[in-house]
Design a protein around this ligand. Structure first.
Ligand SMILES: *[C@@H]1O[C@H](CO)[C@@H](O)[C@H](O)[C@H]1NC(C)=O
Ligand SMILES: *[C@@H]1O[C@H](CO)[C@@H](O)[C@H](O)[C@H]1NC(C)=O
Ligand SMILES: *[C@@H]1O[C@H](CO)[C@@H](O)[C@H](O)[C@H]1NC(C)=O
Length: 529
């Protein structure tokens, strides 16, 4: 009895001591116009405003459809920057189906180019200029929220307003993040995000993985950062006494929210400041439009959902491939719901329905959907796993190969190279995914693990943002490795020191042997004489 009341008192004290979240003024910068990236940004901003915070956002796309009310101020970047135009010009890419042919190095270069172009486009905007040049800075904002994606110049806003930084990575973990978090990522089992590897690599794959990871680290340091530094200097040179370098600003990030979560990510070394919040964009399913609902309800043999995401457009598919897909679909008993960006297709088989836009996650939640044909984007594969739908992947670029390899290794997906697809291969793969129970069983198991968390990803993201605001930064979680010189960090000075010691010991030993032998000879000589 006594013990019970004591624990009750303790519980009350513990509850009273729980920090109360006071409404904060948050400056968010989501200037990169990637449609899929906004699935994460929108979910996060909505959650923050609904939690009572006041958000001012520099944004590439308007969130007006979300009806966020008076505690959301939008600084919209106009017009939307068409970065694919730059990509097509710089790399001679005709359309995005050709990106399967692009080399990894070109791909890294491409990200840098679109990062630099979109950053400068946003910094030039009068509304953004007003924020940079504002007189009043103290107490205006409590936190800078920024995207961890080739937009580093915006981190200087945290210096202008003297506030801590939280960043969000829509791609999840990337190997180069070790440099900003002060940790070592073993390239022996952590695959580079754009390589088609898993955490079990052959010898040659490890060689390749090491080369690409090292190449990226040096390329950022020697080629990309100087260009981003120049942009930062150009736009903040007037207002900051000393314009910080990108390399330095990156090490001042308090918390990084990552769009990844076990088991969809490679187990790897990390620090507390890197918080996995993958699946933030997934909400409980909403009712489907009536026509789609009845189309799927009547799919007694199951349905296939087909979408290549927001960048790669099905309507741009080469004509012979389009015909191939239609022939295979037409020969199947299943119904197919296809995100296709044109009004109509000639000779559309009766079991295929096309729409320009489809509520992807709500469709995947329908129990009759048995296969998801996807480009392997991170957001889509998370939804497929969340709703336990086996996947047929056709990865094109970036992390899509990695995501699909994960699905293949996990036994819940089949990955095909788009240009090598044949009628038989496509039909057989779809039938395997539908009729071979192992795919459904595996995706259900992975789904249960993906959903099993102490806190929902949106709550978790808001918790860590409020944590950083409460403590005015979270640099106590920062790795001290960031303040070491590179040769200290990798222990090269210690190894050199120990090497010299070992050499000295060896030298002394040899010298001693020499002397002993010498004196032995002398003694023997003395005896024989
Ligand atoms: C804005 O936030 C404040 C503080 O959380 C709240 O009292 C107010 O109702 C909010 N205003 C709107 C329009 O939502
Ligand atoms: C919310 O932010 C806007 C834009 O910075 C600001 O004008 C407004 O005063 C803020 N509201 C509150 C309640 O702090
Ligand atoms: C089912 O799929 C698994 C994994 O790909 C495979 O090993 C097995 O042979 C398949 N079973 C049949 C009956 O095709």
């Amino acid at each position: 009895m006594k013990l019970q009341s004591l624990s009750l008192v303790l519980l009350c004290c513990a509850l009273a001591a729980l920090p109360q979240a006071r409404p904060a003024n948050i400056l968010a910068v989501y200037a990169f116009p990637g449609k899929s990236h906004f699935m994460m940004h929108t979910a996060l901003i909505k959650e923050l405003v609904e939690s009572g915070h006041n958000v001012t956002m520099i944004t590439a796309f308007s969130l007006s459809a979300q009806q966020l009310g008076g505690n959301y101020t939008e600084l919209l970047i106009e017009p939307v920057y068409d970065f694919w135009h730059d990509v097509k010009l710089s790399f001679g890419v005709q359309h995005l189906f050709d990106l399967t042919q692009m080399k990894n190095y070109d791909f890294l270069k491409m990200l840098e180019i679109i990062g630099l172009k979109t950053t400068e486009h946003a910094l030039r905007q009068p509304k953004v200029q007003a924020l940079i040049n504002a007189r009043q800075t103290e107490g205006v904002f409590d936190l800078l929220l920024a995207e961890q994606f080739y937009q580093e110049a915006f981190l200087a806003l945290a210096y202008k307003y003297n506030i801590p930084i939280v960043t969000t990575s829509t791609l999840g973990y990337e190997n180069h993040m070790s440099q900003m978090m002060g940790l070592i990522t073993p390239w022996s089992f952590v695959p580079h995000g754009f390589m088609p590897f898993t955490d079990r690599m052959s010898f040659m794959e490890r060689v390749h993985n090491t080369y690409v990871s090292l190449y990226e680290d040096f390329d950022r340091l020697l080629s990309y950062f100087p260009k981003m530094d120049a942009i930062t200097e150009r736009y903040f040179g007037q207002v900051l006494a000393e314009v910080p370098k990108v390399r330095h600003m990156e090490t001042q990030i308090s918390v990084m929210l990552l769009n990844s979560h076990a088991p969809l990510t490679t187990a790897r070394p990390t620090v507390d400041a890197m918080v996995p919040v993958g699946g933030m964009h997934i909400y409980p399913p909403k009712p489907l439009p009536a026509d789609m609902q009845s189309f799927l309800d009547a799919a007694t043999d199951g349905a296939i959902f087909f979408s290549l995401g927001s960048n790669v457009q099905s309507k741009e598919m080469p004509r012979d491939m389009l015909q191939l897909f239609l022939r295979v679909f037409g020969s199947m008993k299943q119904r197919i719901l296809w995100k296709f960006e044109d009004e109509s297709i000639d000779q559309l088989p009766p079991n295929v329905m096309i729409r320009k836009w489809l509520p992807q996650a709500d469709i995947l939640a329908h129990p009759n959907v048995k296969v998801f044909i996807t480009h392997g984007g991170l957001f889509g594969t998370q939804e497929g796993v969340h709703y336990a739908v086996p996947m047929l992947g056709m990865p094109f670029y970036c992390d899509q190969h990695l995501n699909m390899n994960k699905a293949v290794l996990g036994g819940y997906g089949i990955s095909l190279h788009f240009q090598s697809i044949t009628e038989d291969l496509l039909r057989d793969s779809l039938l395997q995914l539908i009729h071979n129970a192992s795919y459904a069983e595996n995706v259900q198991r992975v789904s249960r693990i993906f959903r099993d968390r102490p806190m929902s990803p949106r709550r978790s993201a808001v918790y860590w943002i409020e944590y950083v605001i409460r403590h005015k930064g979270a640099l106590h979680m920062r790795s001290a490795g960031l303040d070491l010189r590179w040769y200290q960090f990798y222990l090269l000075d210690v190894i050199a020191f120990l090497g010299v010691l070992a050499l000295a010991a060896l030298f002394l030993l040899l010298l001693a042997i020499r002397l002993l032998q010498g004196s032995g000879r002398k003694q023997r000589k003395a005896k024989t004489n």
